[in-house]
Design a protein around this ligand. Sequence first.
Ligand SMILES: [Zn+2]
Length: 197
Amino acid sequence: MYARPLARLIEELQKLPGVGPKTAQRLALHLLKRPDAEVQALAQALVDAKSQMGYCSICFHLSSEPVCDICKSTSRDLQTLCIVADSRDVIALEKTREYRGKYHVLGGLISPMEGIGPEQLNIGPLVHRVNQDNIQEAIIAISPSIEGDTTTLYVGQLLKPFTKVTRIAFGLPMGGDLEYADEVTLARALEGRRSLD
Ligand SMILES: [Zn+2]
């Protein structure tokens, strides 16, 4: 149906989240119509972002430097830590402008089905950090789902001996991602956090 180079492009685009065969075809055909320089810039941006971005050595948020801007900031509340599954959640929470503490990104959720155990996540460094930084409150901001609840319980139990542990209130549907919540809903969820029993 497609010449080989075009088929390859469509195939690669289709691997992106939320991109089905039709969208992949539309994007590919669109790109072929764009000037060479523009396509080159896109390709270069992909390669550069992949090679230059890494993870903050303290909180594991995406960062182009060894320590991210949030961890470097001295104007934030140093003793409140918000624990999230993914960097996307940090971005969503930052957009609310309500939260002024620091973050810790777990890098996923505990999922026995997918063979992801606590040791595959950034949980060891989290416990170390809570102790070392004298964290007064650890806010778990993980949306409800089977994996989310398992992870919340696991992390909560681990941290309870060392600090106050709270969970953000969710008016969100089960499995709803933090990033899909609007800023007001997310700010309210943060405001309405309660102690994790
Ligand atoms: Zn950081």
